[in-house]
Design a protein around this ligand. Sequence first.
Ligand code: C2E
Ligand code: CA
Ligand code: CA
Length: 667
Amino acid sequence: MIGYVGVVSAAGLVLFAVSVATWIPQLSSAPAVYWVFAAFLVLTELVRVDLPRKNDVGETNISTTFTFAILIVLGGPAAIVTQGVASLAADLVHRKPDWKIGFNVAQLSLSTFAAAFVLDRVAGLPDHSLAFTADQMPGILLAAAVFMVTNVTLLGVGLALDQGQPIVRYVWDDLIMEFWASGALLLISPIVVAATRLGVFLTPLISIPLLSVYMQGRLAARTMRQALFDALTNLPNRVLFERRVHEALEEARADRIPVAVMLIDLDRFKEVNETLGHRRGDDVLKEVGQRLARAVGEDCVARWGGDEFAVVLAGDDRAATPVDIAHEVLKAFEPSLALEELPVHVSGSIGIARFPEDGDNEETLMQHADIAMYVAKESHSRVAVYEPNFGRSSPMQLAMVAELRRALESTDELFLQYQPKVRIDSGEVVSAEALIRWRHPSLGLIQPDSFIPLAERTGQIRQLTAWVLEAALAQCAAWQREGLRVGVAVNLSTRNLLEPNLVADVEAALARHRVEGGRLTLEVTESSMMTDPTIAMNVLNGLRDKGVHVAVDDFGTGYSSLSYLKQLPVSEIKIDKSFVMAMARDDSDLNIVRSILDLGHNLGLPIVAEGVADEATFTTLRSMSCDIAQGYHLSPPLDALDFKRWLSTRRTQPTKPNAKVARIRSV
Ligand code: C2E
Ligand code: CA
Ligand code: CA
């Protein structure tokens, strides 16, 4: 790019210097028409017209008409010098960088020279006067075309090199657009010349159609801005961003360079909006957009929508270290922003997806960046790079991520069922395990096994567990008010156990519902506890201090060492249902159940057998002094209302499992 600008500038400026040497001596004898055209040229050069360019808005000016008019009437050197001086003056006024000023003069000199050559040789206008004839018109038109093509090509190649885009396509797209703007301006030149033949007083009249061209250009540019840029932040919008990513990928495929996309979501922006008002919310978005553009460069950021921003990084130096860049972005957000004296703190979560590892088109990449962003947000890691296991998901599951998000936020599609845990010796119902269900508007009832793993992968499990805890404690409080002394059990996922706020969140929820810690059991699987034993130990100790019980769920399926189990502050062990369900038929399962019972009792822990599905299993467990049973034989999971009914029927026959339910099950 720098080399290209250098070569074009050098060639063009030499040409300009030669033209100055040729034209200046003739200046004193220049006709009045020259001065009129020159004045208009300088004047119009100062007025820049926005011009829609590919993926951008560029600018042009209507001075081209007068450059070309001078070229027709007075020849190449006069046109080159006058145009050059006008361009120089305007660029200085508009404070363009030095290299750009030089390049512009050079570019225009070269284009004018090319057109002058065609006028002399093809149109046969070597003597240059106001008079030209009909048979010279095709040559004049050809010269105009050459001027436009040279001009667009010289600039387009530079821009394409700068933006790293395919040159031929870039120039071609620009040519088509420029045709309607500067092409039209050039065609007015012969008319200006012809009119001037009647008298220079006609020249100002031509400014009116020119003005209309100017207005049209502005309108087109504005329409294009609206379609491709976000009105609030002035950043590219989603449409333009996707187009840019598409182009970056096309090039990356050819040149085997990495590309990374980033999706940035502001944390708790909704709160800002709600507490400070939408106007301040808008100010926050504007400021964040500016900080982002400063941090990573203006041409690679976009407003993705709402409080989400997107970034595309291309090339070895940038795309290879997206995580570092993501942290730089978060750093740029750190200084609190002052909104009318009110300091507002913003932070964000960033998801990253890379080409080619995480997807080979813009759609997949953005989808994966979205999943990674969600993981970053939910896990509080702030930055996450997409991993296939985040979304080892079919398109349907991906759709479900969004659906679940919606269900968690606003609807009453999620609900809990309760399955009782019953003391085998006394028949007392100690508690009920809360099990989540999702009544999806079009897919019907979805069982937890179909969406819990998804929620775990995307990090939505945090919100989901909070929802379950809230609903289960509300239910427990309701039972309490009705005089029913039943506790609730809530399942935790591995990720929940690793959350730094878990203990505090549980404590707050208990306080909100005025439920004692002792009424709540959290069921944690054996393998979750082993993921990070130190953290698990801290969390479990914290829970115990609040009086909350912890059950080791699915016991027997993991690898926990017995000595470790002894150290953990757990209050019950649940034998996994796979052993319990098979123990009536399979001796080895029966032996496993027996040894878990021995182990638990040696540790002084009550043992729950889950998946107790028939009378025979129930009786065997009783003979082995198992403490608590849970399973279809006693009751399937029930809606809150059915659960209460079930409880009241049990009151009358406390020591036996529910005969009615058992019968219904076996029919
Ligand atoms: P889990 O914690 O082992 O829950 C017990 C599962 O066994 C429940 O399935 C229950 O309906 C089923 N079950 C109970 N008794 C019997 C029986 O006699 N026979 C048979 N065949 N099954 C029985 P469900 O409700 O489909 O839940 C499946 C799993 O989904 C749960 O396994 C738990 O890991 C997870 N889950 C359910 N709700 C939640 C929740 O709110 N949070 C989390 N993190 N996980 C949940
Ligand atoms: Ca459980
Ligand atoms: Ca279980």
